[in-house]
Ligand binder design. Structure first.
Ligand SMILES: Nc1ncnc2c1ncn2[C@@H]1O[C@H](COP(=O)(O)OP(=O)(O)OP(=O)(O)O)[C@@H](O)[C@H]1O
Length: 298
């Protein structure tokens, strides 16, 4: 793994400066003395007296510079740190180490918390837009565009609780895209969409990128990732394994998972090691003038 010193010269959208995230959780794994009496063992398990704190390293120290116009696909096995990276970028979680810098407030697709299943689609559009800080007048102006992007013209007056998961995703995507964020994060929402929705989302994301924004997409669908990304990150056990061309990174990841599913763990590990050896990690340094990452908010 090589390191490269990067002076943040232009105006990138997002910079991760040696960012790491760990969680401390209670583990119910038995430790120390274990009673021979099965009843006592069961009781201890239920009562959880032996629960102890363990640390989960969700993201190991990672540095990254994301330029305007980039669409970053993030891939990796379950629990590899993809959602954690997204939450750190959008500020939902604080890093345990390092710092995240963004040129404007990143918007995570999924205004789930703000949406109310009992309300209709149109009422939820107003609610979701208000939650994302849009003024009433701006919501009025964008309303038809949001309905059109969602493709839910026929169901927009029906309660959202009757929507399929794909329909809910379409609505959430359309609401999030309405604020025209400079930095948009899309975590799995695209997986439930049909082909038409994927086309519309791609066009909307292209538009955001063309306006000098950037997009982050997490998906287990490698087709979606290749289709929608200009650069792909492969994460595994919280480590950045590969960072580069979508075709190359997904091909290596496909090979890796194919070996794993055949039980060839050693050869899978070799593929991962080879990829990591070629990884050039960003090493961020403060400028000598002291004007560190000017124009960024952390
Ligand atoms: N709030 C939390 N508390 C404790 N551990 C967490 C928390 N969030 C994530 N983790 C742990 O961090 C690791 C990375 O989780 P993360 O959700 O980022 O993975 P992921 O790559 O998005 O997985 P998936 O593909 O299954 O969605 C996992 O081991 C997970 O158990």
């Amino acid at each position: 793994m090589a390191e490269e010193t990067i002076f943040v010269e232009g105006s990138p959208c997002v910079v991760l400066d040696a960012v790491g995230k760990r969680f401390t959780v209670r583990s119910s794994e038995q430790s120390g003395w274990v009673s021979r009496n099965p009843l006592k063992r069961m009781a201890r398990r239920i009562v959880g007296r032996q629960a102890r704190a363990v640390t989960v390293q969700a993201l190991n120290l990672t540095s990254l510079v994301v330029e305007r116009g980039e669409s970053i696909g993030i891939i990796g096995r379950n629990g590899s740190g993809k959602s954690t990276m997204m939450k750190l970028i959008c500020g939902q979680q604080k890093p345990s180490a390092g710092a995240v810098y963004a040129s404007s407030t990143p918007i995570m697709l999924g205004v789930n918390a703000a949406l109310v299943p009992e309300l209709s689609g149109d009422q939820n559009i107003v609610l979701g837009c208000l939650a994302m800080g849009l003024e009433r007048a701006a919501i009025e102006a964008k309303f038809s565009e949001i309905v059109e992007l969602s493709g839910l013209e026929k169901s927009i007056h029906l309660p959202m609780k009757g929507y399929s998961s794909g329909m809910s995703s379409r609505l959430r995507f359309a609401i999030a895209a309405a604020v025209e964020p400079e930095i948009l994060l899309v975590d799995e929402a695209l997986n439930t969409g049909d082909a038409q929705f994927l086309d519309r989302s791609r066009m909307k994301m292209d538009e955001l990128r063309a306006n000098a924004g950037c997009v982050f997409i997490v998906s287990h669908s490698l087709e979606t990732i290749v289709d929608m990304s200009t650069r792909v990150l492969w994460l595994d056990y919280g480590d950045l394994v590969m960072d580069g061309d979508p075709q190359e990174v997904t091909a290596a990841y496909r090979q890796f998972t194919a070996h794993l599913s055949k039980g060839n763990n050693v050869s899978a590990q070799k593929i991962k090691d080879r990829a990591r050896e070629q990884l050039v990690t960003a090493q961020l340094m403060p400028r000598v003038t002291g004007r560190r990452k000017e124009g960024f908010t952390s």
